[in-house]
Write a protein that binds this ligand. Structure first.
Ligand SMILES: N[C@@H](CCC(=O)N[C@@H](CS)C(=O)NCC(=O)O)C(=O)O
Length: 209
């Protein structure tokens, strides 16, 4: 498998899932601004949307976080990264959809995007209060979103990692804050974060040279 990623972007969730599964994977960095790979190739030839994550598995090219994450889980069933069926599989999909549509795109992207106007940022802050309040109540008394670590947790910890850059104070949400602190200590998450932080720092240094 090959993961097209950008350091600390949402593709980090798939890196966590791959580490968690012990999968043998190649990681290909994408410059999201230039839409280029390190060899100069146009990333839009891989994904016309110009977005990460993209997962290549043989001839298959998989895109969209909730799908990519479930694909990794299903290709590694022993990892237990997704329930294999029944109501819990739908519960997993419910969380993946919530994270992608209610948090990632509605709250975090407008706050992180330097080009989004103040009105969009205020809208995102207002929605964030309600979405994160709901998540905080759901996480009370729970270690994970389901009854064990799944790809939904890999996605959620990735998005919550942006809070400090988005001006969101996780301390205001005690259950989320405790969950985030706990998950960042999980070996797969800690390693993925450390690996991508180093790549991010190197990318920043290259750009400012
Ligand atoms: N709907 C896509 C969104 C992915 C996405 O927003 N990726 C960001 C990085 S976190 C990206 O590639 N942004 C560059 C762009 O949109 O041009 C998914 O869930 O995979």
């Amino acid at each position: 498998m090959e993961l097209y990623f950008a350091p600390l972007a949402c593709s980090l969730a798939t890196r966590i899932a791959l580490y968690e599964a012990g999968a043998d994977a190649k990681f290909t960095a994408v410059d999201l601004k230039a839409k280029r790979l390190e060899n100069g190739a146009d990333f839009r030839d891989v994904n016309a949307m110009g977005q990460v994550p993209v997962l290549r598995d043989g001839d298959a090219l998989i895109t969209e976080n909730p799908v990519v994450l479930q694909y990794v889980a299903d290709r590694h069933p022993a990892s237990g990264l997704a329930p294999t069926g029944g109501p819990e599989r739908y519960r997993l999909q419910q969380w993946l959809n919530f994270i992608t549509s209610e948090l990632h795109k509605v709250v975090f992207i407008p706050l992180l995007d330097r080009t989004s106007p103040e009105g969009a940022k205020q809208y995102a802050r207002d929605k964030g209060l309600q979405r994160l309040g709901y998540l905080d109540r759901e996480l009370q008394g729970r270690d994970f979103l389901l009854d064990r670590f799944t790809v939904a947790d890999a996605y959620l910890v990735t998005i919550l990692n942006w809070a400090k850059y988005a001006g969101i104070e996780l301390k205001s949400y005690p259950a989320i804050d405790a969950y985030f602190t706990r998950l960042t200590k999980r070996p797969s998450v800690a390693k993925a974060l450390a690996d991508e932080l180093a790549l991010y720092a190197a990318e920043q240094a290259r750009k400012s040279a």
